[in-house]
Write a protein that binds this ligand. Structure first.
Ligand code: ADP
Ligand code: MG
Length: 249
């Protein structure tokens, strides 16, 4: 079963053609790692999946929610985008937590505000999720009192609080000190093992080797090459992939 289906997605900023007709289907419980040089369109691709950027052309489907570029009914389209976003967890490079809310309050926010869950129930849910990401003892800490790795784990718990169909990660460990990367990757790995569908933009080759069902290599707005980690890392076909792998190794 497909959870994400992208059909011929194109996106330009003025005359900068950032995505040039991307087709991508992601199955339930599949983990897809996206790699590629800076500026190749990886973030824009993730942002198009959740309509944080509106594609110029193409169709994005996440679960039952289908958003077509230039779709006719604006109100219906906005309602669909809202639902699609509620069902999609997004984890950014910068953790984007509310600084004046504690960890547990950050995680409760979505269920209370969007799902109208009672505060009591949302608090229990948030505590369970923080325990799941290894932060049971940090529930009442503010973001400034947490390390980057801990903040990112709160951000993951927050995304999970909405029970998303899919988790999208945009370089979730790039802003972290090297010694904090592992704890975040371990949480992501556990989620993958539980069957979470994930699209992860990262250059962490070890994570990709351990967790990815498929690696996609993007360059200049196209998918240049994709396959298993063994195929892409050990037997790349395209010159651009070979070059990139040499650079990141
Ligand atoms: P990557 O994540 O692979 O580094 P991005 O998707 O962030 O690449 O960016 C791809 C290209 O799109 C870059 O040339 C970038 O400058 C441009 N771009 C991204 N977002 C915007 C924006 N909001 N406005 C204008 N140009 C943008
Ligand atoms: Mg990016």
């Amino acid at each position: 079963m497909k959870v994400i289906n992208l059909e011929n997605i194109t996106k330009s900023f003025a005359d900068n053609h950032v995505l040039k007709g991307i087709n991508l289907a992601v199955d339930k419980s599949e983990v897809v790692v996206v790699m590629g040089p800076s500026g190749s369109g990886k973030s824009t691709l993730l942002r198009c999946i959740t309509s944080l950027e509106a594609p110029n052309d193409g169709i994005v489907t996440v679960g039952d929610y289908k958003v077509e570029a230039g779709g006719e009914n604006e109100r219906e389209r906005k309602a669909t985008i809202r639902k699609l976003r509620q069902n999609t967890g997004f984890v950014f490079q910068q953790f984007n937590l509310f600084p004046h809310k504690t960890a547990v309050e950050n995680v409760m926010e979505g269920p209370v505000v969007i799902k109208k869950m009672s505060r009591e129930k949302a608090r229990r849910l948030a505590e369970n999720l923080l325990e799941k990401v290894g932060l049971a003892d940090k529930c009442h800490h503010y973001p400034a009192q947490l390390s980057g790795g801990q903040q990112q784990r709160v951000a993951i718990a927050r995304a999970l609080s909405m029970e998303p169909m899919v988790m999208l990660y945009d370089e979730p460990t790039s802003a972290l000190d090297p010694e904090l990367v592992r704890e975040v990757l371990l949480v992501m790995k556990d989620l993958a093992k539980e069957g979470m569908t994930m699209v992860v933009v990262t250059h962490e080759m070890g994570f990709a080797r351990d967790v990815a069902d498929r690696v996609i290599f993007m360059d200049r707005g196209v998918i240049v090459e994709q396959g298993t980690t063994d195929a892409v890392f050990n037997h790349p076909k395209e010159e651009r992939t070979k070059q990139f792998l040499q650079d990141v190794k």
